[in-house]
Design a protein around this ligand. Structure first.
Ligand code: NAP
Ligand code: MG
Length: 506
């Protein structure tokens, strides 16, 4: 008897393992090369499991599995309601194993349990959102001259390579996989080498829920090998990437050789502007969350804070004293606010930025160094850091640090602060704190960023577009229109007129 995909995967089973295989064509497989790599708990600096390490040969198998499932398989031909039911089932399985997923995410990323819960919950809601969104996502009928009829038929774009960063391992995988498979695409997922576990588990859950073999494949392996191979592969139709701007640039260049569809979700240096009429409590609490959530390792981290001179002293007094109260420690402790940094090299990068600011003449108001946490002495921990007395040309003001470090600047008027907020190559997030609605709207419309948060610590929910201006990339995720980035609009034009048309007249 033919095994179902769920049987081949033997359902997900125990999630916490000492070894994780890759997933190709609905099966757990090892690398053809036999290669493996170790993955860490960065909070403790300890190896937690080995991972099958994909080579180009493995990536090729994954692409062919995806290609075959797309060209000859049934997924894209399912009635849309049937695909939606499977997406809802993925969400239901995730929900039923919520605590285990959160635990794995914390173990492999060092983030606090609170942050993991928010992110896994959103990953679940993404599948639910796209299950609903795809059902109503139809082509259009267009008004045509007499006898003609035109409609657009939405078709999945094909095989998609989806390259995932380490900061939100499962949520980013969900942001990518959910709209792609809702649209009927087949995907090859390349998780970040630092955090491969939950993407592998998500692939297994997809199969347990009924996604046919080959529709979702996951190949952990080096970005510069496996990622590069996927990006240049002629059988891959689209690349969706989240990560750093330099890697995004490299991918864009390489994807041009085969004119792939491309979505790039890149870095940021998001400004947050606190006006003199802001609700002080909301602005302070929101600014703490805006930079220190996920230990500052967020693409939309509000890492440049502009505070009006009239309230600067009062704001800073509260902001600094409350930053000192933030708790770093056991990521599984519900009271922990900040987990660890993802790796030793990321920690060193963060510290180098702080040292450069000091050398440039800036003042560290709090934090500014590595910290040893009891019981986690070999992990990678950095103090939440506030830097003042900066100038616009400093590296720490211009470049994405991707850690718990915020620079604070004083401003005097609205026009000036908008100009300074926009003085960056990035354009992902931004925040405005004011009780004046007219000002909020006026400023929001002048900021060059894909997202403006007005009096809100949160940047996105399923259904709100997420994506950047300028060198923060292009394309929007998390929203209905994302489906169009995984689909082609085919124009079907017919003539049903009474008489044959003879345009040449011969
Ligand atoms: P990265 O190089 O952009 O990596 C992101 C993903 O792309 C990973 O899966 C990576 O694989 C893969 N990749 C790397 N090089 C590739 C290539 N040449 N072709 C195709 N795929 C490739 O980011 P990172 O090196 O992990 O972090 C560096 C910096 O990027 C951070 O310090 C931070 O500033 C920024 N960052 C931004 C975001 C964001 O959401 N905007 C997320 C993560 C990092 P490997 O893991 O195997 O290298
Ligand atoms: Mg890199």
């Amino acid at each position: 008897m033919k095994q179902t995909v769920a049987e081949k995967i033997t359902a997900v089973g125990e999630m916490k393992r000492s070894h994780y295989s890759m997933i190709i064509n609905g099966e757990r497989v090892e690398s053809v090369s036999g290669n493996m790599f170790e993955t860490y708990d960065p909070a403790k600096g300890e190896v937690i499991a080995t991972i099958a390490k994909a080579t180009i040969e493995d990536a090729e198998k994954a692409v062919q599995a995806a290609r075959n499932s797309f060209d000859n398989g049934k997924w894209r031909k399912y009635p849309v309601g049937k695909r939606a039911r499977v997406l809802n089932k993925i969400a239901a399985i995730m929900r039923s194993r919520f605590n285990e997923l959160c635990e794995l995410e914390v173990l492999n990323s060092g983030k606090s349990i609170g942050a993991a819960q928010v992110q896994i919950n959103q990953a679940i809601e993404d599948f639910e959102f796209y299950a609903g969104a795809i059902v109503g996502h139809r082509g259009k009928v267009n008004n045509m001259p007499n006898g003609f009829f035109n409609y657009t038929h939405k078709e999945p774009v094909g095989v998609c390579a989806q390259i995932i960063p380490w900061n939100y391992p499962m949520m980013m995988a969900a942001w990518k996989i959910a709209p792609a498979i809702a649209a009927g695409c087949s995907v090859v997922v390349k998780p970040a080498s630092l955090t491969p576990i939950t993407a592998i588990i998500l692939n297994e859950i997809c199969h347990e829920a009924g996604v046919p073999e080959g529709v979702v494949n996951t190949v952990p392996g080096a970005g510069q090998v496996v990622g590069d191979y996927l990006v240049t592969h002629k059988d891959v139709n689209k690349v969706a990437f989240t990560g750093s701007t330099p890697t995004g640039r490299d991918i864009m260049e390489k994807a041009s050789s085969t004119l792939k569809r491309l979505t790039l979700e890149l870095g940021g240096k998001s400004p947050s502007i606190v006006f003199e009429d802001a609700d002080m409590e909301a602005a302070v609490a929101g600014s703490l969350f805006g930079i220190f959530f996920n230990t500052g390792q967020s693409c939309e981290a509000r890492s440049r804070l502009f505070v009006h001179e009239a309230i600067y002293d009062e704001f800073m007094e509260q902001f600094v004293s409350r930053t000192k109260k933030l708790k770093l420690g056991d990521p599984f402790d519900k009271g922990t606010h900040l987990g660890s940094i993802i790796s030793r090299s990321q920690l060193e990068k963060i510290d180098a930025y702080v040292q450069s600011a000091i050398a440039d003449g800036a003042t560290v108001l709090t934090g500014g160094k590595e910290i040893k946490i009891e019981g986690f002495e070999n992990g990678y921990w950095y103090e939440p850091t506030i830097i003042a007395d900066v100038t616009p040309d400093m590296k720490v003001v211009q470049e994405e640090i991707f850690g718990p470090v915020v620079v604070v600047e004083k401003f005097t008027d609205e026009r000036e602060v908008i100009k300074r907020a926009n003085d960056t190559e990035y354009g992902l997030g931004s925040a405005v704190w004011t009780t004046n609605q007219a000002r909020a709207t006026r400023v929001a419309h002048q900021i060059q960023a894909g997202i403006v948060m007005i009096n809100s610590p949160f940047s996105a929910f399923p259904g709100t577009p997420f994506g950047g201006y300028k060198q923060s990339g292009f394309g929007r995720e998390l929203t209905v229109e994302t489906l169009d980035l995984y689909m082609e609009d085919k124009s079907v034009l017919s003539y049903y007129g009474p008489k044959p048309i003879n345009p040449f007249g011969v």
